[in-house]
Design a protein around this ligand. Structure first.
Ligand code: ZN
Length: 223
């Protein structure tokens, strides 16, 4: 079914790690996928080189082209400091985009991630997508991001997926998008390595009898 899908990620690379294969599959199936990045993912780093922000933007553009994303927006919120903004302000930046795109399905972060921007993005998305009468969003799925979801404190509900999307035919596309984000990827045995991304996709797939999958938790589905 052709539908509009919005991926709301804190940083450029979260979308490729969390649902790159699923985006590619949605696009191949005729859906129109839009992406929003909340923060730049770079400026909070003390070691960030001049031009790092621009380099991340170029990488993001490449990755979006590889994945087949229709349109990408960047809100430029303070990186790794989204907790310095009132939640209402974050929600107010998202709402007009959701109104304009009118997505049926939204992907965003898991609420228990270690990264504070991921957690606030999750909260803002749930607020902006309140199921009031006439709201376009009928389904919200949360993805996992290596080196954040599995590093969250045990006090948060762990990521226990209930949706598995077969990406066996889209692993190459996911890798290509991750390769575009080469600067963000690390070497084995760091958790955010391309090799670990493959292990995770194989693990999620094999759990449900597939070659490879991306897994999600469902917030709600209205149908
Ligand atoms: Zn992130």
């Amino acid at each position: 079914m052709s539908e509009k899908i919005l991926v709301i990620a804190a940083h450029a690379d979260d979308e490729a790690l969390g649902c790159g294969g699923t985006i590619a599959r949605h696009v191949a199936e005729g859906c129109s996928v839009h992406v929003v990045f909340m923060a730049d993912g770079v400026t909070s780093r003390p070691e960030a080189e001049p031009g790092a922000r621009q380099a991340r933007l170029v990488a993001a553009r490449q990755a979006q082209a590889i994945l087949g994303v229709r349109q990408t927006r960047s809100l430029g919120l303070p990186d790794n400091r989204m907790d310095t903004l009132p939640l209402l302000e974050v929600v107010r930046q998202l709402e007009p985009i959701i109104e304009e795109v009118r997505p049926h399905l939204v992907y965003t972060h898991h609420h228990g991630d270690l990264n504070v921007d991921h957690r606030i993005t999750h909260q803002a998305v749930l607020t902006a997508c309140r199921p009031v009468p006439g709201h376009s969003v009928k389904e919200i799925r949360c993805f996992e991001v290596l080196s954040s979801t599995e590093w969250g404190a045990p006090a948060f509900t762990p990521f226990e997926p209930d949706i598995f999307v077969d990406i066996s035919a889209y692993m190459d596309v996911k890798y290509a998008a991750l390769t575009a984000y080469g600067e963000e990827m690390r070497d084995v045995p760091h958790s955010r390595s391309a090799a670990h991304a493959e292990v995770l996709a194989r693990h999620r797939g094999h759990c449900v009898g597939l070659q490879a999958a991306e897994a999600f938790t469902l917030i709600r589905k209205i149908c």
